[in-house]
Design a protein around this ligand. Sequence first.
Ligand code: ZN
Length: 106
Amino acid sequence: MLELMQTTLLFDIERRLLFRGGHWLVRTREIPELGPYPSRLEAVEALYRHVAVCSGRLTQGEPTLARDFIRHSVAECQEPGCQICADLEALTPDPHQAQLNAAMPV
Ligand SMILES: [Zn+2]
């Protein structure tokens, strides 16, 4: 888990995501409606990126990690076993997906 995501875990994701007209919007203090994003996962990524940049937390982390996170796109990433994708998915519990996971034998 990226340190900068850990430090922003307290943000209420549900309250900040808005689904309207087939797109996801992100509500932030600085930008009332960021987006639109075609998927919930991309909206979550945008939220975390925005918070990381606006809070100045990027400068506290590892520079390479900060750069990778800023350049990362969950929609375009094709890296197998990508940690950023895994972290974002972990932060985005999709009710349907959660059900699928629960049904799978461990
Ligand atoms: Zn990735």
